[in-house]
Write a protein that binds this ligand. Structure first.
Ligand SMILES: Nc1ncnc2c1ncn2[C@@H]1O[C@H](COP(=O)(O)OP(=O)(O)OP(=O)(O)O)[C@@H](O)[C@H]1O
Ligand SMILES: C[C@@](O)(CCOP(=O)(O)O)CC(=O)O
Length: 464
């Protein structure tokens, strides 16, 4: 029986920013300079105690910061070693409100657990029920509108409260405004780790070890790709597991033969893929030592709330690359050299060279954008990034990841005076240009997934 050797397990995984290597990192010939972020998704898994003789097959997942954010799932072993099929259950009186990232992750992780925990290895289905709580650090979503200030001094009922560690957003998750920090990858990774730690004994899974992180990465990457319905570069899941790193993607063919949950033999295929005992299936390369920041320098993020996002950017850039193979190769190769040079400057603590290195990268990103007809660094962002270089303490900044209108990543001096100057500058800029550009509290950090103390979430978790 898959009982819960660890009745309450708490895990957190960081968000991401791809500082350099957008588009290039989709191809294994190139790498991405990835930073993990201090904004984390926290997941706490707890056993549900049932009365003797009663057997429940139910997992309840909650995201109490949002409205209508409870999902209940039943689960059963599919015929022919098809893995664990998960079905969302209706909550009385409300409509079914799907969460594909949670649902797919549950079926992948439970399928893996049901095999790992049976000796001799054969699929079983005796996984005990559990309750899962998801708590996202505030920077993943644009701030909720603050409560209005009291009109007279006597009424204290509307006095603004100090910000909560986990803010409440008065909307369902589908209406929340994401800031692009990779919530789905951090969620899938933290959910996978918390369930593995909850159901498996420490000898079988320990997230603090290199082997544990590799298993977690392989399983979370497979689940995230299935939930997304596409195979991206996977840098976001890698950042959630390992934190800041130089990332070379896995070959997309790694996931090619897995098939769908429910298909005959899925359980055995998933287990073999995740455990990768030969070490030859996954060709992901992670270089933690490849990324560092000079002392006193921070990666900061700006949320540019202009409400527009260009769809199909990746498709258009890749089409241009396929059509203009030779030109694109020259550009990709030179950009890779400049991206590596920036990593080297940061690693070597050469703060005086950051600005030139960043400018060199931006020049080629703009070229990529102009030639492919995709607004990777749109003019409005060029104007803002150039102006930001005039703020004391700012070394430079880029449009991270796929680029576009909605975010900036900056390299800045890590002190309060620089933060104050930046906030003041961005407030003025927003007023003059219309729109809202804000500095997020989040910073780049090195550490990836980690176990947390359940007591730190007191007030949020229920007594078992
Ligand atoms: N707090 C949460 N609770 C439950 N599910 C969440 C939570 N945050 C994100 N998700 C899941 O992740 C999905 C958002 O994933 P999506 O890939 O669209 O955003 P993202 O990963 O934040 O984006 P980006 O890659 O641009 O940073 C949600 O629809 C939901 O399924
Ligand atoms: C364009 C791409 O290289 C980066 C996308 O990054 P982001 O989601 O914009 O942070 C796509 C990918 O790596 O999957």
């Amino acid at each position: 029986m898959v009982s819960s050797p660890n009745p309450t397990t708490a895990v957190s995984a960081p968000g991401k920013v791809l500082l350099a290597g957008g588009y290039l990192v989709l191809d294994r010939a190139y790498t991405g300079l990835v930073f993990g972020l201090s904004a984390r998704i926290n997941v706490i898994a707890q056993e549900i105690k049932t009365s003797p003789g009663i057997q429940l097959s139910e997992i309840v997942v909650e995201s109490p910061q949002f409205l209508e954010a409870q999902w209940r799932y039943g689960y059963r072993l599919a015929d022919g070693d098809g893995g664990i099929k998960v079905t969302q259950l209706q909550i009385s009186g409300s409509h079914i409100n799907p969460n594909p990232f949670v649902e797919t992750t549950l079926s992948y992780v439970l399928s893996y657990i049901s095999r790992s925990s049976s000796r001799p290895r054969r699929p079983t289905h005796t996984i005990k029920p559990s309750r899962v709580l998801i708590l996202a650090d505030n920077d993943y979503y644009s701030a909720p509108v603050p409560p209005s200030l009291p009109s007279s001094g006597s009424d204290t009922s509307t006095t603004p409260q100090p910000p909560s560690r986990f803010a409440s957003f008065p909307v369902p998750l589908t209406k929340a405004h994401k800031t692009g920090l990779g919530s789905s990858a951090a969620l899938v990774t933290a959910l996978t780790a918390s369930l593995l730690a909850h159901y498996l004994p420490r000898e079988a899974f320990d997230v603090e070890t290199a082997a544990g992180k590799t298993v977690l990465h392989n399983l979370a990457q497979a689940a995230h790709c299935a939930a997304q319905g596409k195979v991206g570069s996977g840098f976001d899941v890698a950042a959630a597991v390992w934190g800041s790193c130089l990332y070379r993607r896995f070959s997309p063919s790694v996931l090619g033969g897995l098939g769908e949950v429910g298909s005959r033999g899925f359980g055995a295929r998933l287990e073999a893929l995740v455990n990768d005992e030969s070490g030859k299936v996954w060709d992901t390369e992670i270089r933690k030592e490849g990324v560092n920041l000079p002392p006193g320098v921070a990666v900061r993020m700006c949320d540019v709330d202009c409400g527009s996002q260009t769809v199909g950017m990746v498709k258009s850039v890749l089409k241009w690359r396929a059509d203009r193979e030779a030109d694109a190769k020259e550009l990709w190769d030179e950009l890779q050299r400049r991206n590596e040079a920036l990593a080297e400057v940061l690693r070597g603590g050469r703060t005086g060279e950051i600005r030139a290195a960043v400018r060199g990268i931006r020049e080629l990103i703009r070229k990529m954008g102009t030639e492919s007809g995709v607004p990777i660094e749109p003019e409005s962002q060029t104007e803002l990034l150039d102006a930001l270089e005039g703020v004391e303490g700012v070394y430079g900044g880029v449009v991270p990841g796929a680029g576009g209108f909605d975010a900036l990543a900056l390299l800045v001096e890590d002190d309060k005076a620089t933060t104050d100057r930046l906030e003041e500058f961005l407030a003025r800029w927003s007023k003059e240009k219309g729109g809202r550009v804000s500095l997020l509290a989040v910073k780049g950090e090195m550490e990836g997934v980690r176990m947390e103390w359940a007591q730190d979430y007191q007030g949020w978790i229920r007594e078992p």
